[in-house]
Design a protein around this ligand. Structure first.
Ligand code: ZN
Length: 600
């Protein structure tokens, strides 16, 4: 879209910069200039100057300055063409036909019409809320803890339970049937005509950033009503996922604090707002879109995601985090206890407790890790692979390399990933894509059975007498975490049940285990050693090797935990872990030299 050449200069002249700025800043005359504390940086003395003769503003504190358009761009965080439109509107100058852009014009006209109808509808619904018929509705709002003042601030209304009351009102105001249908305020009937979309519902208007009503949400008052919230369809004035609820009221506070609290629903925003939490926006049900994040970026570079604590809320929060990270914004996450949302929580525990909880919000990566390890056992390679796979997209979403590495290390510490596996995963993070198979491979490959495992199993399977000696000495901790753990477990179980060790019995007991399926035939056909004594010596040294491997795994694990404690600057934990590692290293020393011992 392009404005004719002279228009911008003419508009600048016609728009009185003092009057436009005064909409935002309380200017006071001082000589030829007008002055106020600067809206763009924190100060109490007035360094912000507007000079009407030069049609300029300038701040001696933060050195921001320019024309009325620059002021609006900075204040409203809009592009130059949008700033022109806002200034024109404020100055009462009609916008010229844009050059080579008829379609945009037509859409703009449609959009303006829808907004006008929305304004009429909203004013009427607000009146209805004050009517006698709406006594129970006002009672409902009071029950939810919403004061009359808040109800006015958010322009809440009531749509009576009627098929045509609103349509009739809008027709009387001059709306045509075509306009009614375009506005989405009515639903078209197949046989022609239409009926009111919102009936018997509390109306929550959705405003754009400039405060124009672009859509509505209607909450049913019937406890069995379905859907609980009914929303406007898309119209020329409203595209889903392009707006954030509440931003028209909260953007200044968001700008001032440099961060925004992101919640899900209407009341999740309204209730905290009423209690003084004013740097808050709501994404309204649908998944957070990049456009919505870009809206936040205009005003803040930090976001606190505070969605519902239930499973759906957590899933939505995770999707939102991924979208936010891509815009280079710092994200923290607050999950309130007992699956509550901000609305419930504040009504139950008060706003002070809410604010206290906010200070304990987790960095996003910690939230992602917590979710990934929930219901999983990091000691099993498949679970660990799944947890890593779930976490990597959140690292990949980060736009900057340094950040990527930093969060990658935190995640790998949190998920207790060993060094060599990290190296491979890091290659994957930096590469084009991480597919499930690639992540699985990193963990499952280290799950190959070792020579000692396979040899010990072969000996145990081949010799009943040997089995009777070794099996009782074999602790679950000796084989847990090994590739062949399932086979050892099966041998133990079959031994306890005094069952015969056959290929069929072992296969059945290790069903679905890939490693077992692969090596069982090999173990069962292996040749037993010449003498029993030789077999026993071999079995003992294999068992030593297994225990040595276990100690190595534990030492590795401790090394990772020590690094984690270092990172968290938890010296007490670190010292405890170091002592533990020392103990294990000593134990490990007692096994050495393994060859000498095996030769005894
Ligand atoms: Zn300033």
């Amino acid at each position: 879209m392009r404005f004719p050449d002279n228009f911008i200069e003419d508009l600048k002249r016609q728009a009185d910069i003092v009057r436009v700025v005064q909409d935002y800043v309380p200017l006071k005359k001082a000589g030829t200039n007008w002055r106020a504390p600067c809206p763009f940086h924190k100060e109490t003395k007035p360094s912000f100057n507007v000079n009407p003769a030069k049609e300029m503003f300038f701040c001696f504190g933060c050195h921001k300055g320019g024309t009325v358009f620059n002021f609006i761009m900075e204040m409203e965080r809009v592009t130059f063409p949008e700033a022109i439109k806002i200034v024109a509107e404020k100055a009462g100058v009609p916008l010229p036909r844009m050059i080579e852009n008829d379609r945009f014009e037509a859409r703009q006209r449609d959009s303006d019409q829808v907004i006008e109808l929305n304004q009429w509808a909203l004013a009427w619904w607000q009146d209805q809320l004050q009517s006698k018929a709406a006594t129970s509705v006002r009672y409902y709002l009071k029950e939810r803890g919403i004061t009359e003042e808040t109800s006015k601030t958010f322009c809440l209304g009531f749509a009576p339970d009627s098929w045509e009351a609103l349509s009739t009102h809008l027709r009387q105001k001059g709306a045509t049937q075509e306009q009614l249908e375009k506005s989405g305020l009515v639903v078209k009937k197949d046989e022609g005509g239409s009926y009111d979309r919102f009936r018997g519902r509390v109306i929550f208007p959705v405003f754009d950033v400039q405060g124009k009503p672009i859509a509505f949400g209607g909450r049913t008052l019937d406890p069995d009503g379905d859907p609980k919230y009914l929303n406007s369809p898309e119209t020329p004035a409203y595209t889903k996922g392009r707006n954030l609820y509440g931003l028209n009221l909260t953007r200044d506070e968001i700008r001032r604090q440099g961060f925004a609290i992101l919640v899900e629903g209407y009341l999740d925003l309204i209730v905290p707002y009423q209690h003084g939490v004013r740097n808050i926006v709501a994404s309204l049900g649908t998944a957070l879109t990049p456009e919505q994040v870009k809206l936040i970026v205009r005003f803040a570079d930090k976001v606190l995601v505070n969605y519902d604590g239930d499973r759906a809320g957590v899933a939505a929060a995770k999707r939102a985090i991924e979208t936010i990270l891509a815009e280079n914004i710092e994200v923290k996450v607050l999950v309130l206890p007992d699956n509550t949302d901000p609305d419930d929580f504040i009504r139950k525990h008060g706003v002070d407790e809410y604010n206290r909880r906010r200070t304990e919000a987790q960095p996003h990566i910690q939230f992602v890790i917590d979710q990934a390890v929930r219901d999983r056992n990091l000691n099993t390679p498949t679970d660990k692979a799944a947890a890593v796979e779930e976490t990597l997209p959140f690292i990949r979403a980060l736009p900057r390399g340094i950040q990527k590495r930093e969060y990658f290390d935190i995640a790998m510490d949190g998920l207790r990933v060993q060094r060599d596996q990290r190296r491979e995963l890091w290659q994957q993070v930096r590469g084009a894509s991480t597919d499930r198979a690639a992540v699985q491979k990193v963990f499952v490959r280290t799950e190959r059975p070792t020579v000692a495992e396979e040899k010990l199993l072969g000996l145990l399977v081949a010799n009943d007498e040997l089995r009777n000696i070794i099996l009782p000495r074999l602790e679950p901790s000796d084989y847990d975490g090994l590739a062949t753990a399932a086979i050892f477990r099966a041998l133990k179980d079959l031994g306890t049940e005094k069952k015969e060790i056959t290929y069929e019995a072992l296969s059945e007991a290790t069903a679905d285990n890939g490693v077992a399926a692969e090596i069982l035939p090999r173990i069962l056909i292996s040749e037993p050693a010449e003498s029993f004594d030789e077999s026993l010596t071999d079995a003992n040294s294999c068992l030593d090797a297994l225990r040595l491997m276990k100690l190595d795994r534990e030492i590795d694990e401790l090394t990772t935990q020590i690094a984690e404690a270092d990172r968290a600057a938890d010296t007490e934990l670190r010292d405890r872990l170091v002592m533990k590692k020392l103990g294990l290293s000593k134990q490990r020393g007692n096994f050495l030299p393994p060859h000498g011992k095996a030769g005894n």
